[in-house]
Design a protein around this ligand. Sequence first.
Ligand SMILES: [Zn+2]
Length: 418
Amino acid sequence: MSEAISHFVNACEVIDVHEHHMAEVALSRDVNLLKLFQQSYAAWTGDVLPSEPKATSSIISAATEPTTWERLAPFLEKSGSNAFVRNLVRGVSNLYGVAETGITRENWEAVDTLVRLHHKDAKWPGEVIGRAGIKRIVTDPFLDPLLDPRPVLGESYDAVLRINAFTLGWHPNSRDHNGNSGHALLGRLGMEVTTFDDYCAAIRELVAGCAGRNQIALKNALAYDRDLSFDEPNVEMARKAWGKSSPSTAERKAFSDFVVDLFCQLAGQADLPVQTHLGTAIISGSHPLRISGLIERHPRTRFLLMHLAYPWSRDLLGMAFVYRNVWLDLCWSFLLSPSHFKLALHEAIEVLPDESRMMIGGDCLHIEETFAAIQGARELIGEVLSEKIASGYLRSRDAERLAIGVLSKNAREFFRMS
Ligand SMILES: [Zn+2]
């Protein structure tokens, strides 16, 4: 019985609602084994602080260095117990034929050669996505928030409009944690902005243009730039920040609160969901309850709350029980802690008001890590559903219907995909 549901989950197609696939990384021809680790969450165990992944852009542009055992060992041995590392090791081992042993001091050179060879082949990314059973992908290409993904990544891609740079755009020189300037981005769209009112009009035009860029949602990743207490908009205070290179803390907050509120209002009118990062980032400000005011002010806006707000998944489930404009993107939570994910998924199945509320994504830069994330998610979802069947909570047919919902159907309906 329990094996049957796991086989079923493994055979389901996936609509992956969150990746960071960008041509600069996912389609790079210059990738080796070391680079896969350096450009993955495994790097967050070392020099990249989880609260400050500012280093992400420098990591992406850094030259490829030769793989050596000395460079791999800090990942494989020093941080070998970490779930990000375990996930990537498993994905790489499965894809490059060393599933029996994993990556070892004896085989790393052979694995490195295979990684380099496969990445020279333009068909490799598509092949890996196919092997993961992923049919469509929603990507957040944070290096270019205006990217139309289809000309570069293919027809199976849609994107999100990442709003961070615009919500911090009180001055042409103000930038988000990825280094993006809202003014520069609007300038690329031919929008001249000199006054605060121009800026608000430009934001309206920006959202109206989403469909034309194959952007099917907005993405709020401000948990990496500021705290998530988005207060009632105060337009007078927001105006005070305008044009200043260093506004006061209160003026900055008011400006960004105001623009976030405007985005949420426009998203509701345009029927675009708002994906929102919750949980670990700037951890003192990323508790999910901090955005409850924003959710309550915009009952017609659909919020897709991410990562099970780890480590506050129970608080998030409480919110998803109370608010009918909240859905959950489980991505990344199973990479942070597979065992916590299982516990939280058991509760989520019981607490959520209906079966439409959960979706999955990988949240990765490289296709190997995406492959590993989706494989891992299938396995964990299969285990939870088989436990739910074994305890008598669900019948097999109910578990199968739920699996199809979480893996693809919910996302297709939520994002109005054809
Ligand atoms: Zn992400």
